[in-house]
Design a binder for this molecule. Structure first.
Ligand code: FPP
Length: 242
């Protein structure tokens, strides 16, 4: 952890793991092989986040828009997810990692769903790193769902329109205290040189620092991760104040 300041370590880091496809192209291998390399990178970053004392890590694994990809690629990503949880579950439990899913994963392939449900159940009491996997996740969809839940509550007379505060809207997001229950990310990292949020944590990103890395996700090393955190630590965060 060379050069990082422990006292201002972000509590919640969110990552857009981009560039698996380009990595595969560069190496002359199928796109799914790029995602497999991406999965190994993800595992490394989970372990390193824990070592750095980060409390919550969120990764964007599959968006509501990713269904547009070929059936082969979509199947490949979900198979990798099963590989990841089955292969690494014991280690995650040993390391006290608690896995949560952000997104409606009821419509993903049955075997992936079962493996995930088991992982969530087996890790739910762990008090170490909270590892959120955003899966079938889209931030506009997330906000729409929160608004729908609130509208039902107003209709049922459980809530007055004037009760709808920012906190109430946050509460019903996937990150809210009805679900994953984690603070807004102080730092959002996107790899592969792209500089946009792509429907990721739009509400939660209001005051997040955005750090972009040119590394393709499978090449994203722990050194590059620390560089991104160091860049975050060097920023002057004012939250609209002076
Ligand atoms: C973006 O790269 C990556 C994804 C859409 C999927 C992320 C998936 C993994 C890291 C695989 C492992 C994850 C789990 C949860 C098992 P891209 O395909 O958009 O890359 P490109 O922009 O270079 O084409």
């Amino acid at each position: 952890m060379t050069g990082l300041i422990k006292e201002i370590m972000p509590q919640h880091v969110a990552i857009i793991m981009d560039g698996n496809g380009r990595w595969a192209k560069e190496h002359g291998v199928p796109r799914v092989a790029g995602h497999r390399a991406g999965m190994e990178s993800m595992k490394k970053i989970v372990d390193h986040s824990d070592k750095l004392g980060i409390k919550h890590l969120t990764v964007y694994a599959f968006s509501t828009e990713n269904w547009k990809r070929s059936t082969e690629e979509v199947r490949g990503i979900f198979k990798l997810l099963v590989t990841f949880v089955n292969r690494d579950l014991r280690e995650l439990i040993k390391n006290n990692v608690c896995v949560k899913i952000l997104g409606d994963f009821s419509s993903i392939p049955e075997d992936s769903k079962k493996a995930l449900e088991k992982t969530i159940e087996d890790t739910k009491n762990n008090k170490g790193l909270q590892f959120n996997i955003a899966l079938n996740y889209g931030s506009r969809d997330e906000i729409r769902r929160s608004v729908e839940t609130i509208a039902h509550k107003v209709k049922a007379g459980e809530l007055e329109p004037s009760d709808i505060s920012e906190d109430v809207i946050s509460e019903y997001l996937w990150t809210g205290n009805m679900h994953a229950d984690c603070p807004d990310p102080e730092l959002i990292i996107r790899t592969s040189g792209e500089q946009r949020l792509s429907n990721f944590l739009l509400w939660q990103a209001a005051y997040s620092e955005l750090v972009f890395s040119d590394a393709l996700w499978p090449d994203f090393s722990t050194e590059e991760y620390e560089r991104c955190i160091a860049e975050y630590q060097s920023r002057d965060r004012r939250f609209g104040g002076r």
